[in-house]
Design a protein around this ligand. Sequence first.
Ligand code: HEC
Length: 133
Amino acid sequence: MLTGLGNIISLAFSVVVFTTVMVSEALADNADYIQSGDEALQQGRGLWLENCEGCHGYGIADAPIPMQAGDWKHRVIKEREVLYRHAIEGFIGEDYSMMPARGGNEELNDDQVKAAVDYMLFLANFYIKQQDN
Ligand code: HEC
């Protein structure tokens, strides 16, 4: 009986892990999320896809979308330290939309959150430049 339950639990666990891996592989290939030759930015990209894309990729909860210049023009000009702090501590904007601390993943350390911010700014600046032309 116990063994049977254990099997079911481990099967359920494998399904979850498997699904997660599939989703992140599809995301990792998404051409909208441009790659960088810079290793730190690439690491930030991985962290961003895992922890931030769920909201920022689609505007969920009014999260600003880096592929939309209008969402980020007024943010990329903020000091980098301010953006880091807002991502680490959380931030409520003028329209009361809320950025949760560390994107809701308290396992992320400061450097990981900063790397994800760096990647999102890299992405936003790329699209701002493109839409300016
Ligand atoms: C639950 C949805 C959600 C997740 C997940 C999320 N964000 Fe946000 N984020 C928001 C919203 C909403 C805002 C807009 C807040 C505002 O300005 O009104 C925002 C704004 C920001 C800003 C801009 C802050 C400013 O001062 O303009 C940064 C930087 C940011 N998020 C980084 C991140 C990073 C890095 C992650 C992943 C670790 C992440 N976010 C995950 C919802 C989310």
